[in-house]
Ligand binder design. Structure first.
Ligand SMILES: [Zn+2]
Length: 285
């Protein structure tokens, strides 16, 4: 793992959700000779074996792509692949993909400089990707130079899945912000892992870098109007929750369906993860 690669991944993972302006990482023309010591007990694995898709065939999608003329075909294909990786992960690990009756949304891929990505517009689900603002830098051996598009596609699709389950819309977000974003990041990163684009060692490194980046680890600060994008701390927290959850990744669905059914956040949280929110906040550090 190269240092620049980690700089890069920060930018991408942040930009995968934040439409606001963000910093663009430098684009090294060759592998930078910078050594970083990781706390990971295992040697990082730099090589993954990308494959087009997990073997099982997805149900046909019903969503429509609206793509600006001039959007690079390769970038568009990567976003589409990211969406399909998320669909496969949700199908195989989280109790199901978005049901067919809720897959009738439009995916917009534009070149207008408005910002990376969002999942909803004023009227409902509408995954949106702007390829023109520089986040599609090709620079990283870790992401094989394009996996950031995969992550963005998978991340925004995960938000649409949350919306389809009933716990997230443009104007309604009953779960804590860190949990909304943490679930989307957990789904996207594990979707890439399912596709062979991310290894366990990569995830160890991502977690290490996220940990180093987060200054204040009080989850309560990231519930509403968090001081920074809550996906970093959210990913770490969700990873920890899923590791202990009685039903594993199915908890991602359960917590959402709980609040969608009218249960309180606290009750839904404990039902899904097997620990109360209050207790988890105490032990998360
Ligand atoms: Zn997000």
């Amino acid at each position: 793992m190269k240092f620049f690669s980690m700089l890069f991944i920060f930018v991408i993972l942040i930009s995968s959700c934040a439409p606001a302006a963000h910093t663009i990482a430098p684009t090294p023309t060759s592998a930078p000779a910078i050594t970083v010591t990781f706390t990971s007990p295992s040697e990082p694995t730099m090589t993954s074996t990308p494959m087009a898709m997990p073997s099982a065939t997805l149900e046909p999608d019903d969503f429509v792509f609206e793509i600006d003329p001039g959007a690079p075909d390769e970038d568009v294909a990567e976003i589409k692949l990211g969406i399909n990786l998320a669909r496969a992960y949700l199908r195989d690990y989280a109790g199901g993909d978005i049901t067919a009756d809720k897959r009738n949304f439009v995916v917009k891929i534009v070149l207008n400089g408005t910002g990376c990505c969002t999942a909803f517009d004023e009227y409902g689900p509408r995954p949106y990707f702007d390829l023109s603002n520089g986040w599609n830098i090709v620079s990283s051996d870790f992401w094989d130079g394009f996996d950031h598009h995969l992550n963005a596609g998978a991340h925004e699709y995960a938000h649409i899945w949350q919306g389809a389950l009933g716990c997230l819309t443009t104007h309604h977000s009953p779960l804590p912000d860190w949990l909304d974003e943490g679930i989307a990041q957990y789904v996207s990163i594990n979707s890439l892992k399912l596709g062979g684009y991310v290894t366990d060692s990569d995830i160890t490194q991502i977690s290490y870098e996220f940990s180093r980046r987060i200054k204040n680890r009080s989850l309560a600060l990231y519930e509403v109007d968090p001081p920074v994008w809550p996906g970093d701390i959210g990913f770490l927290a969700v990873k920890k929750l899923i590791a202990k959850a009685p039903n594993g990744p199915l908890a991602l669905r359960m917590v959402c369906e709980g609040v969608a059914a009218g249960k309180s956040v606290d009750e839904s949280f404990e039902n899904a993860f097997g620990i109360s929110k209050e207790e988890f906040y105490k032990i998360f550090h």
